[in-house]
Structure formats: structure tokens, C-alpha cells
Design a protein around this ligand. Structure first.
Ligand code: ZN
Length: 653
């Protein structure tokens, strides 16, 4: 890593824009560099798919906003144009008009009359003629300035029809009941190896009949999928081994047919490919954007293994059975035999679709339950991404603001990076894979509380074991202090820092945020008598100070046993009670205080990334090298992506 690298390039609204380095790219073999280059191109080609999935107006709105940016002839130096720019950057960052995290519609800081003025002074000669310009603008005005229109991308309010009240584009003119009925009917066909029905399609109702529009060559999103396939085909000869070659070929045939059984075959091959140095994800993967959890957003991640850091996860994997046997849960709920934990540490080389600009720091795939059970899964931690977060956080002042003591700050500096990576490794490699359901219990028994409780379980597994003497014995952490650094960070984040992500007056909704507060609030309350965690006030500022780390660890273990029982027995009522009691509501006074402290420090709670660029070097038409550069202009990258990878028409019906 270059030490003088500038990680943060800018900040606007609640967003920081960072860059990540791709260490050791220059040391790769030429064939490996070429493979990364081709896969990276494939990773960028699906961007518009995600935009259209997020909302059917997104591509049209982006076109209008970018045309204004490129052609507006009026004054660009005043604060109103700046407000417009902030809005455009937020839309770029969120891949659409809804906040990437809260999924609420973004509210522009400029008003309707200024929007009209921008339209009037921009050049629309480039605008597609068949798209009836005045009508489009009128519709967009309505969407931007009427709070009721397209108000939330993913609505999880159980009192409403989840599809009618969600603005994402996975269903058209379909009610929740109709969609649930449609997919329940499919479930019956194959019980042992059920395909992920509905994963890669849009469900529509035409003339009263439900049908799927499948994303594939010749189908929905064909213009982007053809380009993805084009680059995947170029990648095939550069595959590192036969398995990887089969992986790429199978993915191509899945994109050609849209057949979900082919997708499962691809996923199985992909899970088995643990030898390749370079790896990638490209497709319809995660279902968070669909309130019913059926349909997947398009994403891509190209990466290669960090050999040195992977030693740490391979040690964890190798001892998976030891961790399972020593987990503090009831023996009936433990796996007799833990299998298929394949874990590695990787460096991201390219992020695309739903992994960009905001990106996950750990991934565990495939998602299909039966494939995980039979063929195992691959779990990865994105080292260069977490490193960029860490480096940019050192100078922000957030740690100093929310730490309860000087020792806490010192511990964070000494061990914070190492121990938070260790937490992610334990969570991804072991946490999610641990434990078992009792016979006959449905994996969906916990329904809308399922994902919060699942994340709770994985986090508790990590928190409990990071402080186990075994960790030092295995050489994974250098001393107890390192574990305490993670305890500090977890409690600080859960009870204070993460509240900055929530708008005043709102509850916690996102499952990872809920799970963190559930854990922290539960251990705080359960340890009150022993003063395990102390709530302090200095100069009207609240802090949480851990007084007894050993007791705190015991409490993590106790709660893990409770959560595992709920999961294993499918005890919906107990799960609901825990989540509703500890994980949802925020103390409004504390919430306001945290928001104020963030504002004073000018801290933005979210971050995302500018991608590096790969440049092929040709000598007499032969590809002789691939060079990497690190651009630092977010706006420029977004405009270039729209120009060079904007393959979809503005309307995809
Ligand atoms: Zn997780």
C-alpha cells in the first residue's frame, strides 16, 4: 500500500467519498491482470440494471439530471446550483432517487421553480425524441417534489401491502398476495433442491394474468446482459484453471437462458472453486431490495486473494469444529459436524452494481440454503476496503468524540483495525454457519424478524469468541486488550455512533442496525446490577464505559444461547418480543444529542468508493500489460459510467 495515498476525496450530505488501493496488482502475472480487466468490464456493464430495478423512473431521472449538469447555461457558482449538484451526487451514490441505506426518497434542497429554471436553460437536443419530453418532465417534477410519490424503495411496514407501498421495480401492478401466491405455487415443484424462483425476473400483471419478465439475452435487460456476456467470453481463455473456466462458461449460459437451475449449477461450481487466486461475483444475488426477499438486485465484485491475510481465516476455518463444540449454546442446537466453511481475505479490484459506490465489507455466498448445506459456501472479507475505511476514520475525530476514556482511544489505535477485521471474519466464516434447526422447523419461521435475529446470532458468536483464550493460542489476536478494543467499538457504535444514520423521529429498521442495538441494549440492561457497562455524562455528552469485560463476555454468551434457541425452535413470539423491546426504538433525547455531535464535527455517517481504472496497453494489437490508476473525481467517474456503460433504454418494459 502507498502510504501517502489520499483516501477521502470529498464529502456531501451524509456521504463521504473514499478511494481504495489494489495492493499487489502490479505483481500479478499478465494473464491474471487481463482476467481482472475483462471481469472488471463485465462488472461495470450491469450498472443500469440496478438503476432500473431500484425504480422504473431512475434512468429517465438520471438522464435529465445529467443533461442539466452537462448543458445548463446559467450561473453555476451560486448556492442553488450547488444544492442541485449535491442532489445529483446523492442520486448517483444511491443508484437512484432513494437513499441507499434507509431507502427513503431523497429530498432535493432546491425548489420546483429552480428546477424549472434549470430545465429552461439546458439543452435538450440530445434527448431521445420518442420520450415525449414535456410529459416526462412533468412526471419527474411530481416525483421529485411530491413527498407521496414513490416515497420509499423498500417498505417493510407489515400493516401495508408491501409491494404496493414499495417503489422498487421488481413487481408491476401486482399485489403482495398475488406475488406470494404465484411463488408459493412454484415451491411445490421441487422440495430438495428448489431453484430460487423469481430471483432474476420482474413479475407483472397483464390483462389480469401474472407472468415473469426474465432478465436474459433476448429478454429483460438484454442490452446490458449482451455486453456482460461479451466480456465474460473474453475472460474464458484467461481462467486460472478448469473449474474457473467452467464457472465463467456456466454463468454465460445462465445469462443466455435465464434458467435458474443453470444458475444453481453455476453457484455450485463457484462454491467449489476455492483454488483460484482471482474470483468474482456477477449477477442477481442479494434480495434486500425486494420487500418479499424473492428478487435479487444485480451486483458485481472482482477480487483476488490476499494470501498473507488469508492465513488468519484459514486458521479459523480449520478450527470451525472446535468453535462449534465450545459455543455456549445448548448441545441440541449445535451442528455435530460443521462443513463447508471456506473463508479467505480478499482485495477488491472492481465494484459494480449493488456493490458500488457503497460496498459490503464481508460477503458469504451462495445464498440458496440447500446449496450451502450440501456444497458449502465461500466467505470473504474485503481487506483493502476495510483498510480504506480505517485510514480515513483516523483523522475524522469520531473516535475521540464518542470514546469514554483515553484508554479506549489508545486501544482503538493499537488494535481497532485488527480486531474489527477479526470480528468480521468470525461473523462471516463461523457465525452464520453455526448452529442447527430442530427437525421440522422452517428456516422462515421467524419471518420479518428473521434477518435481524440471524445477524444478532452471527455477531454474538464473533463477540463471544473474539475474547476466548483460544484466539491467542491460535495466534489470531496478540492479547486480551485487542478483544476489549472490539467490545469498546461495538458498544460505542451500537448505542451512540450508528444513531447518526437515522433521521430524527424515526425508528431503527435495517437489520444490522437493529441487531447491534439489540445486543448492546440487552447486555447493558442485563449487566446493570454489576455495573458491567456504565452510562456517563460529561458536559452534556453521553458515553458508555465498559467496566468489566469478562462479565460482558459472559453476557454475550448468555444472549447467544437465547437467540440460538429462538432460531433452532423457530420461536417467533420470543424473537419478536426481543426485537421489539430492544432493537427498534431509539431514545429521542440521546438520538438528538448524537446527531448534534456529528453535525458539530461535520462527520458524514456513510461512505462509498470511487473505483480504480484499468487501462489495457497494446503493442502491435497485442495486449501486453494492464495498468491501474486511481481517479479522484467522483462526478467524473459517474458521468463516464453513464456514458460508456449506459446500455439500457430509459424505459425497460
Ligand atoms: Zn451477517
Amino acid at each position: 500500500m502507498k502510504e501517502d495515498f489520499n483516501y477521502q476525496t470529498e464529502q456531501f450530505a451524509d456521504i463521504r467519498i473514499l478511494r481504495y488501493q489494489v495492493p499487489e496488482f502490479d505483481d500479478l502475472e499478465l494473464d491474471q491482470k487481463i482476467l481482472i480487466y475483462y471481469l472488471s468490464q463485465a462488472a461495470l456493464c450491469g450498472r443500469d440494471i440496478l438503476w432500473d430495478q431500484n425504480n422504473r423512473w431512475n434512468l429517465r431521472i438520471r438522464k435529465v439530471l445529467e443533461t442539466i449538469y452537462l448543458t445548463y447555461a446559467g450561473d453555476r457558482k451560486n448556492s442553488r446550483f450547488n444544492d442541485f449538484m449535491v442532489y445529483l451526487k446523492r442520486v448517483w451514490f444511491s443508484n437512484g432517487i432513494h437513499h441507499h441505506y434507509s431507502t427513503e426518497k431523497l429530498v432535493p434542497d432546491f425548489d420546483l421553480s429552480y428546477f424549472k429554471h434549470l430545465i429552461d436553460l439546458s439543452d435538450w437536443s440530445d434527448y431521445p425524441e420518442n420520450l415525449l419530453f414535456p410529459e416526462i418532465i412533468a412526471a419527474i417534477r411530481e416525483i421529485l417534489f411530491n413527498p407521496e410519490a414513490e416515497s420509499k424503495r423498500v417498505c417493510l411496514d407489515q400493516d401495508k401491502d408491501l409491494l404496493v407501498s414499495s417503489a422498487s421495480n421488481y413487481y408491476q401492478d401486482v399485489t403482495q398476495k398475488e406475488a406470494e401466491g404465484f411463488y408459493q405455487a412454484k415451491q411445490i415443484e421441487d422440495n430438495n433442491t428448489p431453484p430460487s424462483w423469481g430471483l432474476n425476473s420482474r413479475l407483472v400483471k397483464e390483462d389480469g394474468i401474472l407472468s415473469e419478465k426474465v432478465a436474459k439475452e433476448g429478454g429483460l435487460y438484454t442490452q446490458a446482459i449482451e455486453k456482460i456476456v461479451f466480456w465474460l467470453e473474453k475472460a474464458v481463455p484467461y481462467a486460472e484453471n478448469e473449474t474457473q473456466q467452467q464457472v465463467i462458461e456456466k454463468l454465460i449460459s445462465y445469462y443466455r437462458t435465464g434458467d435458474l437451475k443453470t444458475f444453481d449449477e453455476y453457484s455450485i461450481l463457484w462454491a467449489k472453486d476455492t483454488e483460484s487466486h482471482i474470483d468474482f461475483v456477477n449477477g442477481f444475488i442479494e434480495v434486500y431490495g425486494d420487500p418479499l426477499g424473492i428478487k435479487a438486485s444485480w451486483e458485481s465484485l472482482v477480487n483476488f486473494k490476499d494470501e498473507e491475510a488469508s492465513i488468519r481465516t484459514s486458521i479459523i476455518s480449520k478450527h470451525a469444529q472446535w468453535f462449534e463444540d465450545h459455543s455456549p449454546v445448548s448441545p441440541a442446537f449445535k451442528k455435530k459436524e460443521v462443513k463447508g466453511v471456506s473463508a479467505k481475505v480478499i482485495n477488491a479490484a472492481m465494484l459494480g452494481g449493488d456493490c458500488h459506490p457503497a460496498t459490503p465489507i464481508g460477503i458469504n455466498l451462495p445464498n440458496a440454503d440447500w446449496i450451502r448445506k450440501v456444497h458449502g459456501s465461500k466467505s470473504v472479507t474485503l481487506e483493502n476496503i476495510t483498510y480504506a475505511y480505517y485510514m480515513s476514520s483516523l483523522s475524522s475525530g469520531q473516535l475521540e468524540e464518542f470514546s469514554a476514556s483515553g484508554e479506549e482511544i489508545k486501544r482503538a489505535h493499537d488494535y481497532g483495525y485488527l480486531s474489527s477485521n477479526m470480528h468480521t471474519d468470525l461473523h462471516e466464516c463461523l457465525g452464520h454457519g453455526s448452529g442447527q434447526l430442530l427437525p421440522g422447523v422452517s428456516p422462515d419461521a421467524l419471518k420479518n424478524y428473521g434477518s435481524t435475529l440471524e445477524e444478532t446470532r452471527a455477531d454474538l458468536f464473533a463477540l463471544y469468541f473474539i475474547a476466548d483464550p483460544k484466539m491467542q493460542e491460535l495466534g489470531l489476536i496478540p492479547c486480551e486488550e485487542a478483544a476489549w478494543a472490539e467490545f469498546d467499538a461495538y458498544i460505542r457504535n451500537a448505542l451512540l455512533v450508528q444513531l447518526a444514520r437515522i433521521e430524527p423521529g424515526r425508528n431503527l429498521e435495517e437489520s444490522h442496525m437493529r441487531n447491534r442495538q439489540l445486543i448492546a441494549a440487552w447486555v447493558y440492561e442485563s449487566g446493570k446490577e454489576d455495573n458491567v457497562i456504565e452510562r456517563l455524562t460529561h458536559n452534556d455528552k453521553t458515553y458508555f464505559k465498559i467496566n468489566d469485560n469478562h462479565k460482558l463476555r459472559e453476557l454475550f454468551g448468555k444472549l447467544l444461547a437465547v437467540i440460538q434457541r429462538i432460531k433452532s425452535e423457530g420461536d417467533y413470539a420470543a424473537g419478536r418480543e426481543l426485537v421489539e423491546k430492544y432493537a427498534v426504538k431509539i431514545d429521542p433525547k440521546l438520538h438528538n444529542e448524537v446527531l448534534g455531535r456529528f453535525k458539530k464535527l461535520n462527520l458524514a455517517p456513510y461512505a462509498g468508493f470511487i473505483n480504480p481504472e484499468y487501462h489495457p496497453v497494446y503493442l502491435k494489437q497485442e495486449l501486453v500489460n494492464v495498468e491501474i490508476t486511481y481517479p479522484d473525481d467522483f462526478t467524473k467517474q459517474m458521468l463516464e459510467y453513464s456514458k460508456h456503460y449506459g446500455f439500457l433504454p430509459l424505459i425497460n418494459e
